[in-house]
Structures are given as C-alpha cells and as structure tokens.
Write a protein that binds this ligand. Structure first.
Ligand code: BGC
Length: 766
C-alpha cells in the first residue's frame, strides 16, 4: 500500500511539472482523471505502454485454442494490462500484488471473465433470459452476477452479447437475445445498467463489454467464425441497434467480432472501430479484440502478425486479447513508421481510464475481499432469484387438453437423457458455475412434489447415439453420461416405467454444449434416438409432457404435432430443476415468449418475422402458388412465430383504439387495447406492439416490434393497456443512411405474438 501511495505522489509531482499545452486535448469530462493519467503516461516507457495493451488469458479456464504463458514474469516486467479467466480472490490478489508491488510502474491489472448469465449462481442462458421479456428481471440478473463476480475478484465482464441472429444453426444464438433489434436493444440497455450500476468504482459493480462488434450473428450458413456480408441499410436497420443501444446506455468497453465486414475483419476495420463507433456513436472507452482475433487475421489473409497488429491499432483497437501482437510487434511498426506514438498513447490512455473509473488506482484490491467472496456468492437469495428467472424464461409451446399443470398425486414416469443430469443445467458459457451444485429435473421434481407423487425414473435414451458426436458435445465438464446399453433396452425400460405411471415427463433435447461457441449444427432436429424414445412413450397412450432443453430454436414439427404438451426450458441455470417443477405443478404459470422464430425445417432458415414483403408475396394462409415467393415442399409459416408462448390461462384482446387516425408532425399517438385474462389461472402476458410502414422510399418490413409490456392479470381481470407512439418509433435508415421517418399510412398491430395481432391504421403527415 505504501508503494502505491509513493506512486500516486510521483504522478502528482509529474503532473504539477507538466506544461499546460501537453495536457490531453480530447478531454474525458473528468479533468482529475485526465491529469492523473497524463502524469502516469509521462513516466511510462514505450514497452510499458504496450504492456497495458496486452490481455493474456490465465490457464484456469479455457475459452479459446491458444494458451498464454509466463504470465507472472510478464506482469513483473510491465507487459500485462489485464488478465482474464483467472479464478479465486486468492489468485487474483496475488497477480495484483505482483503488478502493484513488483512492476516498475505499479499499475494495477484489470481482471476480466466471461460472466455471461450469472456467476456461480447460473441463470438461464441469455436466449432464455430474453424470453422473459421482463426488463426488471434482466437487469437484476446482471446486477446479481456483478455482485457475485466482484465478490470473487472480477471487475470486467465480457457481456452483454447482443448479436442479432436469424440462423439457429449458429450455436451462439444461445448467448444472445434472439432476432429482434428492438427487444435486443432494450435487453442490452438493461444488462449494462445491471452490471455497471450508477457508480463503476463501487466494489460491487463491474465494467460491461458489449460484443461482438459487429454482425457476428450473421455468419454465413450459421457456421461459427464464418464470413458475414450485408448491405449497410440492413446493417443499420436490423443488426446495429443493440450495439448502439449499449453504447448509449454507457457501456464501458466493446469487443470486436471474429468475422469480416465488407472484406475487412472487424479487428482491423477502421470504418467500424473509428468512423462509426468513435466518430458517429461517440464511444470513448477501450475496444478489446476477441480471443486471438488479431493473429487470426493472418489466416484471414491480411498479412503477418506485425502487419495485422498495426492494422488493428490503426483501426482503433486498444487491447489485444491473447495474440500478443501489440506487445511484440508494435515497437517495430513504430520504428518503421507504420503506426504512430499518438495511436499507442491513445490506446494506452483508454485502458488506464477504464482502470481509473473502476477505482483500481485508488485501491487495486477493491475487488479482492475474501469476506465478500465467502458471504455474497451462491447465497440462498441468489438461488431463489435464479429459480424465479428460470421459471419466467420457460416457453409453453403446446398444452393440448390441458395436460399441464400436473396434479400433485399418482405416479409420474420421469424419462429422458436430461432428466437426471445436473452438469448440463447451467448451459453453455457458465464458466464460473459449479456444475455439481445445480438441481437436476429429477431432484427438482422430488423436492417440489414430495411424497405426494411417486416418481419412477428411467433414462430411456442417450442425448445422441453417435459416440463421436457425443464426445464433441460433452466437453467443458458437462458429461452426457453416455449409456452403452442397447438403445432398445433403454427404451423398453422407459416404456415399462411409463406403463406404471399416470403421466410421463420426458426431459430431452440438446445437451448444453450442443449450442454455444463452436457448436453449429446443420441438423436442428431432435436426435433420432430421442425421437425413437418419444414414439415409444406416445405409443403407451399415456399423456406425455416434453420438457425440452435447447440452446437454439429447433425444427421439431413432428414433436409439435404428436406430443400433447411441450415446455421449452432452454438451459435454465443452477435452479433449473426446481423451476421446472414449479411450472409443471402449476406453482408458477408460464409466461415466456419466443425471442426468435422456430422454423419447420432447416431449409427455411433464415426465417424471421420482420422480413420484407417481396413483389410476389404468398397470399396469407396459403401454402403454394405458382410464381409466388414460397417453397414446393414446406409452407412459409414458421413452426412457432416470434413472440409466441402459451400460458395456463388464456388472454383475450379487444380491438385496438387510437387517440387519432390522422396525425401531423411531432405528435404523440396513443393506442389502447383491453386485455382480459379469460382463463382459469392468474398469469402474465407480454403485450406486443408492431408497426408497419406501408409505403416508403425504401422497402419496409411487414412488421417491426416497437413496444411491449409484460402485465400480470388475475383470472377474469381486464385491464386497458396503453402504448404511446411518436415519430421516433417510425424512423428508419433510408438509402442515404439518414435516420428519419417518412409520412404516410402506418399499421399498428397489437397482440400476444407476431402472428396473432389486431390492426389499426393511422395516417401521419410531416
Ligand atoms: C469468445 C468471446 C469471449 C472470449 C473470452 C472468445 O472465444 O468469442 O465471446 O468473451 O472468448 O473468453
């Protein structure tokens, strides 16, 4: 600590002696910080400045292919700016000690981790969090994750991931908020608020990092790390809004994406990182690359490590994750005049500013509180919240004949490869979760049903029968417990249990690592061995409830046609088993709504609700018409539309009423609709507002989400729901990329999903 005070005094002295015109011209709005950092940088050597731009990965957790080595020595030499994937306060305190006591400049490290959906207490995967459509819950989940992570030494999270994706083959749809830019933007803002709070220097808030900038969700063919290519007009109207929303919400950092944009990988894309992000959007924080994204640009074909590192710095990237290209090549590039000292200084300053804002210069051990790590992580309150948000994320896809909720009585056959698995419950990207401490479906049902229900368990099938595929989907400590028995024997055992039961609960679908990074699938159906099990169970004539685990929209038309009840639970997190039992037995009425369209088959992909009309639209409700835009072999309709989800109750919509049918200029329109809970149970409904701009200077989508409200109504209750619309909601990027609205007719649609809406028309002049 004394050394730290000495450092501060040295800096203050240097600042006092600094000529006025040497002061930073940009100005961050915090003159004290500017003075402090200028003073610090005056004393740093070039090598030390380059060290700040270096972000190695500790070996505690693997999230990429390349390992960083010799980290402690590098910290001592001032060659490390931050560290990620390191765990425990003890270890973090030690690396921080090396930095602030043994390096010449004594600059603290920034410590990062992928805190994606909770920390030790895992919440549902982000796609599941998004299907709550409940911004309070979303924000609270990020707040609680920050509380736990900062109690464990972490002050920077690589979240939120806001990549819009319309391709369920891409495994990383599980990490985002689905296909819609409006919903995605609201979630991005809520996450940033949750992580960063009002005061970034508080010991329980953390720096957020919006990723992956940009367009990573549009990888061709849904294959991870693949090329993206799209028009600017599509980019700005449909893919960019959530990134910008996070920036506007004050996100502290940005991560580049692996893909290229207009032929230039994001990490070397000056248009993206400087012209758009900095100049147009006004972002001033640090930009970090994704894992080894700089060195990967050699494989992209942009040159050797020196060349691609120079390109990245020139583009406006500040921190190099794992490649060590900045550390090892920028000096030479400076000598050769390929980059400038001003560029190095700029990047270094941005990283130091982030550390300053986190309060690390004041106290480098701010996030290293052993006491907090013992008392604030995986608490009962956090687990209780995990249970609540998990139940809120479930989407009831089908409930024929009111099979659900189940009665607490009789005998229940619990079958399926996900029924007795704890490790897979947290889902992908849950690097800090303790898998052994999550609740399986079996444990959850036993706990909630108690002795009132007799539970018979049989596995019934593996997740997949192909052992090679099984080895690929059970990495990262999430075993599938492959059963070597003959599949027919396993099915017979499950059928025997079903025969003795009143109802069958089949927990099946994907295992956790079937989605996530590098988990693309070309076939998004239910694996054949599970389908065989399902067929055998249905043949018993017993009512079957499918509890569906998945990290992506699946193509399950057969299951949707034949299984009477389907509850989609995504990957529900630590408390998943309890939450599933809460919903199955009716303690919680499901209210989740899809944030991404579910296709009938993979050939329809990309399939999304906010598409254009084409010049040859298919007549509504028809399947095939010659010379119309359709398929010979499958209707255009999705299996389940965006915004869809059932409840144990039913909700009835009145006709939407407008405050005016004719408006002019900057007016405010009110749309109101009577919503009645017309079913037997209290419950929540997500009321969705869509708008269609009927005539434009460029073609406009058939509908776009522009508002939503999640409302809780008692059985029989009616409430008037009101939305206000201003020209702001009518704006879009035109062919000149000007963001404005155009006068004309607009359809305002309100309903419980994108496919079940009631419409009112308005004319709006300028
Ligand atoms: C992922 C990022 C992640 C990073 C660090 C990369 O492979 O694409 O989302 O934040 O690793 O773990």
């Amino acid at each position: 600590m004394r050394r730290h005070i000495t450092l501060l005094l040295m800096i203050l002295l240097a600042v006092a002696c600094q000529p006025e015109n040497n002061k930073k011209s940009r100005g961050s709005g915090d003159p004290e910080m500017d003075r402090f950092i200028s003073g610090l940088m005056k004393q740093m050597t070039l090598e030390e400045k380059l060290g700040q731009l270096n972000l190695p990965a500790s070996g505690d957790i693997m999230t990429g292919q390349t390992k960083s080595t010799g980290i402690a020595a590098k910290i001592r030499e001032g060659k490390v700016g931050g560290l990620f994937n390191i765990r425990t306060v003890e270890k973090i305190r030690e690396v921080q000690r090396i930095a602030v006591e043994e390096s010449r400049m004594k600059i603290p490290l920034i410590i990062a981790m992928d805190v994606i959906h909770g920390y030790r207490t895992a919440f549902p995967i982000p796609l599941g969090v998004s299907t709550t459509w409940d911004m309070e819950l979303v924000e609270k989940s990020a707040r609680m994750a920050a509380q736990e992570a900062t109690a464990d030494g972490i002050c920077w999270t690589f979240s939120p991931m806001v990549d819009i994706s319309r391709d369920p083959r891409w495994g990383r749809v599980s990490e985002g908020s689905g296909e819609d830019p409006y919903l995605g933007s609201r979630i991005a803002e809520a996450m940033v608020r949750g992580y960063q709070g009002d005061d970034l220097s508080a010991n329980n808030t953390m720096l957020a990092c919006v990723k992956h900038f940009a367009l990573y969700g549009a990888s061709e063919a849904g294959r991870d790390y693949n090329t993206t290519d799209m028009s600017r007009i599509r980019m700005f109207n449909e893919f960019m809004p959530p990134y910008q929303a996070a920036i506007d919400a004050g996100v502290g950092s940005v991560m580049t994406s692996f893909n290229e944009i207009d032929g230039i990988p994001a990490s070397a894309n000056k248009w993206l990182m400087s012209d758009l992000l900095r100049d147009q959007w006004g972002f001033e924080g640090p930009v970090v690359t994704d894992y080894t994204a700089i060195m990967e640009m050699t494989d992209h074909g942009l040159g050797d490590l020196q060349q691609v590192s120079a390109l990245a710095l020139q583009a406006g990237v500040d921190m190099d994750m794992v490649s060590e290209g900045f550390l090892n090549t920028l000096k030479q590039s400076l000598d050769e005049g390929k980059v400038t000292m001003a560029q190095v200084d700029q990047a270094c300053r941005r990283i130091l500013e982030a550390k300053y804002r986190l309060g690390l210069f004041e106290d480098p051990y701010r996030y290293c509180d052993e006491e907090r790590s013992k008392t604030e992580i995986f608490t009962d309150a956090n687990r209780q919240f995990a249970r609540e948000i998990a139940a809120a994320s479930f989407v009831l896809m089908k409930n024929e004949g009111g099979v659900l909720p189940l009665k607490k009585g009789g005998t229940l056959a619990l079958v399926g490869p996900m029924a007795d698995n704890t490790e897979n419950m947290p889902g992908t990207w849950s690097v800090a979760a303790d898998f052994s401490q999550s609740t399986s479906v079996r444990k959850g049902l036993e706990a909630v049903a108690g002795s009132e229900v007799k539970i018979l368990y049989a596995k019934g099938s593996n997740v997949v029968q192909d052992t090679l595929l099984d080895s690929r989907i059970s990495i990262f400590g999430k075993p599938t417990y492959f059963d070597k028995r003959d599949p027919a024997v396993m099915i017979r055992e499950a059928v025997a249990a079903a025969m003795k039961a009143d109802v069958v609960v089949a927990a099946m679908g994907e295992s956790a690592e079937m989605s996530g990074e590098c988990s693309s699938r070309s076939d998004i159906t239910l694996p054949a061995c599970q389908r065989d099990l399902l067929k055998a169970l249905l043949a018993t004539g017993k009512p079957v409830v499918m509890v569906l685990f998945t990290g992506r929209p699946l193509a399950i038309p057969w299951e949707a046609a034949h299984v009477p009840a389907i509850l989609n639970v995504w990957f529900p997190g630590t408390e998943g088993g309890h939450a599933i039992a809460d919903v199955l037995f009716g303690a919680v009425n499901p209210s989740g709504k899809l944030s991404a369209t579910w296709p009938q088959n993979v050939g329809q992909v990309p399939l999304f609700y906010n598409h254009k009309n084409t010049g040859r639209p298919l007549a509504p409700g028809s399947w095939f018409q010659k010379f119309r835009s359709n398929y010979l072999d499958v209707p255009n309709e999705p299996l389940f539309p965006f915004g869809y989800g059932l409840s144990y109750s039913t909700f009835t919509y009145g006709d939407p009423k407008l405050s005016a049918e004719q408006l002019s200029g900057n007016a405010t329109l009110t749309l109101s609709v009577d919503l009645t809970n017309s079913g037997p149970a209290d419950g929540a409904e997500v009321v969705q507002l869509y708008i269609r701009d009927l005539v434009g200077s460029v073609t406009r989508p058939v509908k776009e989400l522009k508002g939503f409200q999640k409302v809780f109504l008692k059985a029989g209750e009616t409430r008037t729901i009101t939305f206000t619309v201003t020209p702001e909601e009518l704006k879009f990027y035109n062919s000149g990329l000007v963001y404005d609205w155009e006068p004309g007719d607009f359809d305002l649609m309100v309903g419980g999903n994108s496919d079940a809406v009631k419409t009112a028309r308005v004319n709006w002049t300028k």
